[in-house]
Design a protein around this ligand. Structure first.
Ligand SMILES: [Zn+2]
Length: 293
């Protein structure tokens, strides 16, 4: 009986203690829920360490609004360092919309400041595309041999920073045609009048144009940039070399000579290693070798 009373008393005490705890807990204000930030959300990508400068300035820029009318591109964060490298108002240029609605792809897409992306798009739309009318097939794509790249000029370590390190330059490789073929504007086998037209248009749009004849680094691609110099000084160094002639064509090494038996078509007994006798033999069989057509 005493045990029962003790149990009842203990139950009452525990109940009162629990009620006090509850009342105290209800009186203490709960901490406010923290506002969710992008960085705290596991579902979103982390915030970049450095905020894009053009976001602070207001995106899209006027340039980007114009570019949206004539090109396909993706907005990119500003590029900051290392060293002097970096750029704001950056886009990833993926394609250029031609006046007829066709898209000329940039392969691979080029990371550029918007102003040079716009200049490239206008060059392709207004100059390169119409110049292609001289050729058999429309323009399909441009080969990007280099866009943003934090490095010294001509890839020389310690040299003055390249315009590529400012997102202000593009290296153009072979042009791809709609018929699947490719054409290199730096190659003298490409029609001369076409190269001349493309060069002249580039030099009127860009502040720097470097191609064959400028230096060894630009013998096989075209560099264009919008470097700003005192007195609006421009550099246009792209020699339009004459088409390769037969006399200039390298002579292929002689093929191994194979002795043949006399045939009805060839009165000579055999080939020899001399070029004269080989020419006689070729005339015998009616085949031509070693000629570049
Ligand atoms: Zn370059």
């Amino acid at each position: 009986m005493l045990a029962v009373r003790l149990m009842k008393s203990l139950s009452v005490v525990l109940f009162l203690l629990a009620a006090c705890d509850l009342a105290w807990a209800e009186e203490v204000p709960l901490p406010r829920a923290k506002p969710q930030t992008v960085a705290n959300s596991p579902l979103l990508t982390p915030v970049p360490e450095v905020l894009p400068l053009h976001d602070a300035e207001g995106w899209p820029s006027d340039c980007a609004l114009r570019l949206a009318e004539i090109a396909r591109f993706a907005h990119q964060p500003s590029l900051n360092g290392p060293g002097q490298c970096g750029a704001s108002d950056v886009v990833r240029l993926e394609g250029i919309a031609m006046p007829n609605g066709a898209i000329v792809n940039i392969m691979p897409a080029a990371t550029l400041r918007c102003p040079i992306a716009e200049a490239v798009a206008q060059w392709v739309r207004s100059d390169l595309g119409p110049a292609m009318a001289e050729l058999d097939s429309p323009l399909a794509a441009l080969t990007n041999h280099g866009s943003y790249d934090c490095r010294g000029r001509n890839n020389v370590a310690g040299a003055k920073i390249s315009e590529h390190g400012r997102g202000n330059a593009l290296d153009l490789g072979p042009i791809r045609l709609a018929n699947g073929s490719a054409m290199d504007v730096s190659n003298r086998s490409t029609p001369r009048s076409f190269r001349q037209r493309v060069r002249d248009a580039a030099c009127s749009r860009f502040n720097t144009v470097l191609g064959p004849g400028s230096d060894a680094y630009h013998a096989e691609h075209i560099h264009v940039d919008l470097a700003e110099r005192a007195h609006s000084y421009r550099i246009c160094q792209w020699d339009i070399r004459e088409p390769e002639t037969m006399a200039e064509a390298p002579i292929p090494p002689p093929k191994p000579v194979v002795l043949r038996s006399r045939s009805a078509n060839c009165p000579h007994s055999a080939f020899s290693a001399s070029s004269n006798s080989r020419a006689k033999s070729e005339s015998c069989t009616g085949r031509r070798h070693g000629r570049r057509d």
